[in-house]
Ligand binder design. Sequence first.
Ligand code: SF4
Length: 63
Amino acid sequence: MKVVVDIEKCTGHARCNVAAPAFYELDSDGYNVIRERDVTSGDESAAREGALACPERAITIIE
Ligand code: SF4
């Protein structure tokens, strides 16, 4: 499983980070710093919760 973030869609709401702070890091302006990241089994719930929290649908989970 991996996460892909479309930075063109990311508008810096930071909701991914609020939902899963240990997984979704933000830059100093509140934008997601992840572009593509493999997800270990222990991080799957956090990755999904953060993706669901994104109002821009900028985060895609690839199984
Ligand atoms: S919630 Fe979505 S729009 Fe907001 S910072 Fe995270 S990826 Fe970007």
